[in-house]
Ligand binder design. Structure first.
Ligand code: HEM
Length: 385
């Protein structure tokens, strides 16, 4: 939903400046009661068999959610309904898709908030029935707008995920058949090249041009093999086999295997003891794709720094480079399969990386940064599965 559509639904429910002013007045009076709204919200989730299943992170997650909900109540009654409000609130629907929350539970949960907020209005504004009435009406408007935003971003995110999944599955099938078809002729080329080199040695051919051309062919064959490996990686859609591993160790091994050109520097900048719950081979592949992406964007050379921090509920890994960055008009498309702005790229790397991270119930995002490109990979802790 963009700002224009948001404004149009605000007009539809006639949310006006007077409404904004009355809830802003109501907010400090309601704040002391937020805790009871939040406690009831989560007690109801815990008491409901289907809702309870969504909370996989135990008490720690419940406490974090209570904090999020308290902030959300404050923002809801802030009286400011602008782009920033829309962005912050649209995120909720996307988070709910990530955790697999069924849509009907958002309605039922909203009902509890509605009942509580109207009761609070009745309690704290008992002395002013006219204001109480205005606040109650505004609360209804705001909660319905909230559902509209939440469901819209939920639907958009879900269908985008389904589209991406179907696209990748189709590409994967094609990739597998093309990949296998090409492996054999390339294998033949490789062994013929080897035999030719030996034959030329035996015949004493020392012509530099001949050797140069043989090397050129060998390099191209190697490149084709690399592309095929990536295509087959894409076709291989297996669930992650997660274990608790030291991120530093996995990354060092992965980077060593990459055979990076001297123009590319990759360094790690985080606590070597940091453990991550992940499939090391798959997340290694994600990192290979993000690093390769940085290299392809800056053929003249680039340095990449990988940072990682333990956050509540998981670990965030940042891959930062000092390259040219991603132009604004390209940002919405970078994760789409077959999208590439380069003559060399296949446009599959970031789509594959997204699929792997999502299979880990995590999130791969392109962050906003003053310079270069920053990708953030968020991987949940074990209890969040
Ligand atoms: C009125 C309906 C609801 C509202 C307003 C709401 C609000 C929120 C907010 C503000 C967040 C944080 C989003 C962020 O990270 O930016 C969130 C996340 C989440 N919500 Fe909801 N929620 C609602 C319904 C539910 C229900 C019914 C459940 C469970 C049955 C649920 C479970 C969760 C979970 C598990 C997360 C992810 C938390 C994490 O691990 O960080 N929500 N919700």
């Amino acid at each position: 939903m963009n700002l224009d559509s948001f404004r149009s639904i605000c007009d539809y429910v006639e949310l006006d400046e007077r409404n904004a002013a009355v809830v802003a007045e109501f907010r400090p009076l309601a704040e002391p009661h937020f805790e009871s709204v939040v406690d009831d919200f989560y007690a109801t989730i815990e008491a409901h068999a289907e809702a309870r299943l969504v909370i996989t992170g135990g008490r720690e997650q419940v406490e974090r959610l209570k904090g999020s909900l308290t902030d959300w109540l404050g923002s809801l009654l802030s009286g400011r309904y602008d782009q920033e409000y829309l962005d912050r609130h649209a995120r909720i629907g996307r988070v709910h898709v990530r955790i697999g929350l069924p849509q009907h539970l958002m309605f039922t949960a909203m009902c509890r908030v509605r009942v509580h907020l109207t009761r609070i209005a009745a309690l704290v504004l008992a002395h002013d029935p006219a204001l109480q009435d205005e606040v109650t009406i505004t609360v209804h408007k705001l909660l319905d707008l909230e559902l509209a935003i939440m469901l819209d971003s939920y639907r958009e995110d879900l269908s985008e995920r389904q589209r991406a999944h179907e696209r990748l599955a189709t590409i994967g099938e094609l990739a597998a058949s093309v990949g296998h078809e090409l492996r054999n002729p390339l294998g033949t080329m490789e062994s013929s090249l080897y035999l030719m080199e030996r034959l030329f040695d035996k015949l004493g051919v020392t012509d530099a041009q001949v050797h140069k051309h043989l090397q050129k062919v060998a390099r191209q064959v190697e490149q084709c093999n690399g592309t095929i490996t990536r295509l087959l990686d894409l076709a291989r859609d297996r669930p992650p086999r997660r274990e608790q591993v030291r991120l530093g160790e996995v990354l060092r091994e992965t980077i060593a295997r990459m055979d990076l050109p001297p123009t590319m520097g990759v360094s790690l900048d985080f606590d070597d003891r940091l453990q991550v719950w992940m499939d090391p081979a798959q997340i290694g592949l994600v990192m290979v794709n993000l690093i390769r992406n940085a290299g392809e964007a800056s053929p003249g050379g680039v340095s990449v720094v990988i940072q990682a921090t333990a956050e509540p509920g998981g670990v965030a890994i940042f891959v930062r480079d000092d390259g040219p960055g991603v132009p604004e008009q390209v940002r919405p498309h970078v994760f789409r399969a077959l999208f590439t702005t380069r003559s060399q790229g296949t446009g599959l790397g970031l789509a594959l990386a997204t699929r792997i991270v999502e299979a880990h119930s995590g999130e791969l995002t392109l962050e906003r940064s003053a310079a270069g490109t920053v990708f953030r990979v968020w991987l949940p802790a074990p209890e969040h599965d």
